[in-house]
Design a protein. Sequence first.
Length: 61
Amino acid sequence: MVDRKKCIACGGCIQICPVGAISFVDGKAHIDEKKCVKCGGCMNFCPMQAIDINKPEPKKK
């Protein structure tokens, strides 16, 4: 899950994701859980600690 309040949209997580599971949605990072292999690369890279791959992405309203 991406904490949208912490995400600064630097794009590093998108670049580091080996399976292309991350994209920008409404100007913030979003993880496609169907593609994510839970490698943790994005979580370890994020300078704002905005990503926790152990929590599900919130449903879009």
